[in-house]
Design a binder for this molecule. Structure first.
Ligand code: FEO
Length: 175
């Protein structure tokens, strides 16, 4: 059974993950408008992963006999000035999400809720990957600068990111 304080904090994290999904989908739409289909693909896959993160929290609250309470999701930004600006914002956003996960870990410890503490470790590790992935693309974009051919090649590379298999995502969400 979840205590009310922990439950409220986990519900807030569902909202944060849904907002992340919405933000990355908006970034994907921006890249579509800029004729950068590879980056649009990368962000669309990222949006799906964030939805999976939200569903992991959703599943966990229910499993602990808690009550999921969904709140309004804030509207994301829709315009950026360059691919670099988009990925810089994505990176900044991931740092913020890491901070939220760390706060949840701290709360679970304070509340001696060791089941939640254990559940959150997956997210602690995931955030390391999320930050590194965004940072790597920022570094690449800085190298590319305004070289059109290099931008075309990077876009082609990001087109190769594939969504997690449906079974895998469902298993992750349930787990
Ligand atoms: Fe769900 Fe990108 O953190």
């Amino acid at each position: 059974m979840l205590n009310p304080k922990m439950q409220e904090a986990l519900n807030q994290q569902i909202n944060a993950e849904l907002f992340s999904s919405y933000l990355y989908l908006s970034m994907s739409a921006y890249f579509e408008s800029q004729s950068l289909p590879g980056m649009a693909n990368w962000m669309r896959v990222q949006a799906q992963e964030e939805l999976m993160h939200a569903m992991k929290f959703y599943g966990f609250i229910n499993e602990r006999d808690g009550r999921v309470a969904l709140a309004a999701v804030e509207g994301p930004r829709t315009e950026w000035s360059s691919p670099l600006e988009v990925f810089e914002e994505a990176y900044k956003h991931e740092l913020k999400i890491s901070g939220l996960i760390n706060r949840l870990v701290k709360l679970s410890h304070e509340e001696s809720d060791f089941a939640t503490h254990s559940f959150l470790q997956w997210f602690v590790n995931e955030q390391v990957e999320e930050e590194a992935a965004a940072k790597l693309i920022i570094d690449r974009l800085r190298l590319v600068g305004d070289n059109g051919v290099a931008m075309f090649m990077l876009d082609n590379e990001l087109a190769r990111r594939t969504p997690m298999p449906a079974g895998g995502a469902a298993a992750e969400a349930a787990g």
